[in-house]
Write a protein that binds this ligand. Structure first.
Ligand code: NDP
Length: 294
């Protein structure tokens, strides 16, 4: 029997609708329209498309947005100045620096310049520190989306053994920390695997919930899974496909066809974790605007 497909598009649409209603209420009651500032440096096509989607989502949900597109050779001082402007702008409640930045820029210095109260991407060291010690914070959007996907699809992580493959600062480490919290929608026993694992399959076969954030096309196969587990595939990988007009198709980090025969539930790629990231960004921006209005 094949696994239940966890529909990220549907769950993301529900969250966005909640945000739209919340934003309209904040505007009516407190005269505050949530606002997001997004800065893109360079012309990476994937980043351009993400930035367009973020602006479009703000418009759909009745939120204010500003997008700055800067050339790849933008100086660090200019970016820091823009962030300072937005830190002081009462129309902007959330600031997002589209990553990755060109190598010539000091990413950590730029992130650290964002006011933590406006860090709706949850990547400022203050927010990540607060996350680790279980204080209220902006959770990074993709990991927050993974938690929402699990909870809203009826797969509460509490008491489950979650194995996260990947330890990046934007996905692996924060999702492990989120699910480790002694809190509703978390309280899991968490293992983190990475390239240092001696026997990856031995670890993944122990997982009640497997989260793959690896960046390698279809690297987790059905035979690496425990029967009946829940699989969350974070990967977005382009593989050549001559049958597609674009010449490629998008696949996850999990080999879907073999995994769906073993798992009880699985997120597809596309249409799983992907749509949740923007939904959670909108959610965090509304939260930031609510705090500003309080
Ligand atoms: P990174 O490249 O930063 O991290 C990948 C992690 O996977 C590393 O910790 C690496 O280990 C580990 N890894 C790589 N190969 C193996 C292996 N063979 N066995 C075990 N561990 C391995 O990637 P990100 O976390 O940024 O992204 C992961 C995937 O998620 C990508 O496909 C990306 O496109 C996607 N993504 C999707 C998002 C969305 O849906 N909105 C948002 C962000 C990312 P080590 O640390 O030892 O090198």
């Amino acid at each position: 029997m094949s696994a239940q497909r966890i529909d990220g598009k549907l769950i993301a649409a529900r969250i966005k609708e909640e945000v739209r209603v919340g934003a309209a209420r904040l505007l009516a009651e407190r005269h505050v329209r949530p606002g997001l500032g997004v800065v893109l440096v360079g012309d990476d096509p994937a980043s351009q498309s993400y930035v367009r989607s973020k602006g479009k989502a703000c418009e759909e949900l009745g939120m204010y947005s500003e997008t700055r597109r800067c050339p790849a050779d933008t100086r660090e001082e200019e970016l820091l100045k823009l962030i300072q402007e937005w830190n002081n702008d009462p129309r902007i409640h959330g600031i997002l620096v589209q990553l990755p930045l060109p190598r010539t820029l000091d990413e950590q210095r730029i992130i650290a310049a964002i006011n933590p109260d406006k860090d709706v991407d949850g990547i400022h060291p203050v927010n990540l520190g607060r996350l680790v010690i279980g204080m209220e914070c902006f959770k990074p959007c993709t990991p927050a989306g993974i938690q929402e996907l699990l909870v809203r699809s009826g797969h509460d992580p509490a008491g489950k053994h979650v194995v996260v493959v990947g330890r990046s600062n934007i996905v692996g480490k924060p999702i492990a920390n989120i699910l480790l919290q002694k809190a509703p929608g978390a309280n899991a026993v968490v293992t983190i695997a990475h390239t240092g694992a001696r026997d990856l399959a031995a670890l993944t076969r122990e997982a009640d919930i497997l989260i793959a954030a690896i960046g390698k096309a279809e690297c987790i196969t059905g035979e690496m899974l425990k029967p009946g587990c829940v699989v969350v595939d974070v990967g977005i990988n382009r593989v050549p496909d001559s049958a597609s007009p674009k010449g490629y198709r998008i696949v996850g980090d999990v080999h879907f066809a073999s995994a769906e025969l073993v798992a009880s539930a699985i997120t597809p790629v596309p249409g799983g974790v992907g749509p949740m990231t923007i939904a959670m960004l909108m959610h965090n921006t509304l939260q930031a605007a609510r705090r500003f209005a309080a």
